[in-house]
Design a protein around this ligand. Structure first.
Ligand SMILES: [Zn+2]
Length: 363
């Protein structure tokens, strides 16, 4: 049996790739490994052994720093943190807490929420509302029929996305300058969701895309100009060559080597409205909840604009990010100054995440 792949062995795993795959991995990622050491007093030994299994694992800790050289996103993985088992437990308290808020305004959106100036978009699993306190000139809420956001299926998620995209088209009809759409889902408090009832959000902005989307477009364009190949294809290829891909029909999906936070998945599809893309996102979210025990998560759709623009979006696919935001019962925030201003510090091993989801989705 092949030895278990670990992110802390990433340098060696890349070195073992066939020559062309290795060159591509080295073009996109810089990987460096360091050891953090400490010297605990004897009085701490018992606690360390209880918490981490052995003193040796704590006194010398392997840390891998992965930097995406194209986008300058980067992550620090610590072997000690990464080797902790993935917690997949289900909390009955959370289910009860979600059920206790049934009957909220989103359970009856026609009466409990405002409509947009162009009305509401109704779909099979959701209906839209206008957000009361707006992020941007156009800001809608995709209110799910389901109160419990974790009762999701690929079909329901495809329905939520198609309602959101139709909302974007109606916003564009209302204001032809509002051609840059953004679709997001903040599931539960830790992910920034203030209302429990299942909902995603959609905005449309003017002038230029949101800076992080525009930054990715520029990075991919510069990559193409320098190397003559497609950044997104190459990124997916590198992840697949390392067995981080999750095979799903019509998309390229993988567990990211430079995750912004825990268990980040990236899904690359063609058109935002492509049903295989939203179903793939739904299947991954279902695996997230069922197999990985995720409760609070963010989803973000990077999409090209809906109308003609000065800048070139012709090579830009639809890129979807999915990230776990941690246990709802945990009071410590999962993000601190490192994530906001330096690099992300991540505990989950992308090789484990890909393995769990691949096993589930291929069965
Ligand atoms: Zn509700």
């Amino acid at each position: 049996m092949a030895q278990e792949r670990k992110v802390t062995d990433l340098r060696a795993l890349i070195s073992d790739l066939p020559k062309d795959d290795r060159a591509l991995a080295d073009r996109i990622f810089d990987v460096s490994t360091t050891t953090g050491r400490l010297d605990p007093p004897e009085a701490m030994y018992a606690w360390i052994e209880k918490s981490f299994g052995s003193t040796n694992r704590v006194t010398a800790q392997r840390i891998v720093k992965v930097t995406n050289l194209i986008t300058l996103e980067g992550t620090l993985f610590n072997e000690l943190r990464a080797s902790r088992p993935l917690d997949t437990g289900v909390s009955l308290d959370l289910d009860r807490e979600i059920a206790a808020t049934e009957g909220d305004p989103f359970c009856n959106p026609e009466a409990g929420t405002p409509a947009d100036v162009f009305g509401r978009v109704q779909g099979e699993h959701a209906t839209t509302a206008s957000n009361v306190a707006k992020y941007d000139g156009f800001h809608g809420v995709i209110v799910f029929d389901d109160h419990n956001p974790l009762h999701l299926t690929p079909e329901k998620v495809a329905g939520y996305v198609s309602v959101g995209l139709e909302w974007g088209r109606q916003a564009l009809e209302t204001d032809p300058e509002a051609r840059y759409p953004f679709l997001m889902w903040n599931c539960l408090w830790r992910a920034g969701g203030s209302i429990i009832h299942g909902h995603a959000q959609v905005t449309a902005t003017r002038g230029s895309h949101y800076p992080k989307v525009e930054r990715l477009r520029r990075a991919a364009a510069a990559y193409k100009a320098e190397h003559g190949s497609d950044y997104f294809e190459d990124l997916a290829h590198v992840h697949a060559s390392l067995s981080l891909d999750i095979p799903l029909e019509g998309v390229r999906a993988f567990a990211s080597l430079s995750p912004i936070k825990e268990k980040e998945l990236v899904v690359i599809g063609d058109q935002p409205g492509d049903p295989s893309l939203s179903r793939a996102v739904g299947a991954l979210l279902e695996g997230y909840v069922k197999d990985l025990g995720v409760r609070a998560f963010n989803v973000a759709f990077y999409m090209p604009p809906l109308g003609p623009t000065q800048e070139d979006w012709s090579d830009f696919p639809t890129v979807v990010y999915i990230v776990d935001r941690g246990d709802p019962a945990n009071r410590t925030s999962d993000m601190g100054a490192m994530e906001l201003y330096a690099a992300s510090v991540v505990a989950s091993d992308p090789f484990r995440v890909a393995e769990v989801l691949r096993d589930d989705l291929s069965s």
